[in-house]
Design a protein around this ligand. Structure first.
Ligand SMILES: [Zn+2]
Length: 175
């Protein structure tokens, strides 16, 4: 960003000027460029921890997971977009390559943001369609099982939740 832009005070983050950036070629983390980078750095650091576990595995496919996670979100492209007030600009992610490994912390974080955005999007319609309904937050748990039974247990729970049997049983017993 140019000094002119920062003088007009419409950039809400700490973008280095072009001259300063060229002097500071060894910028190591996104958080040094913008506060938005702190959350990226946190998840990226967790991805590094998880990929080391995968890399130590004997199985080839786990080692492939490690390699995919290593290059996950390696390059992030942001655009400056006007904020709602239009007096400041925000950084918005415009392009990135993700590994999509199930246990990658970066990808799980991005996935949770996607589901959160979807939920917020449909919320007004749900309230309109069901004005007399109440919200209920339910956490379903199951006793730890043996690792050999894990797959069966997950399939059972998924099918039960999809069929709403547990939800209906819970509501019938408690309301
Ligand atoms: Zn990933």
């Amino acid at each position: 960003m140019s000094a002119q832009a920062s003088d007009s005070n419409f950039i809400a983050f700490n973008i280095l000027s072009q001259d300063k950036f060229q002097q500071n070629q060894n910028v190591q983390s996104l958080s040094e460029v913008s506060p938005i980078g702190k959350i990226w750095d946190k998840h990226r650091a967790n991805t590094d921890k998880v990929l080391h576990y995968y890399a130590k595995a004997d199985e080839h496919y786990f080692q492939q997971y490690a390699w995919r996670m290593k290059i996950c979100s390696e390059l992030l492209e942001f655009q400056l977009v006007p904020d709602e007030s239009e007096s400041i600009f925000k950084l918005k992610l415009s392009d990135a390559r993700f590994c999509r490994v199930r246990h990658c912390p970066v990808c799980q974080w991005r996935r949770s943001l996607m589901w959160k955005a979807r939920a917020y999007k449909i919320l007004p319609q749900v309230v309109t369609d069901y004005p007399n309904y109440r919200w209920l937050f339910v956490t379903l748990t199951v006793k730890n099982c043996q690792i050999k039974e894990f797959s069966t247990s997950i399939i059972l729970w998924t099918s039960l939740v999809i069929n709403h049997e547990i939800i209906h049983s819970f509501l019938a017993a408690n309301f």
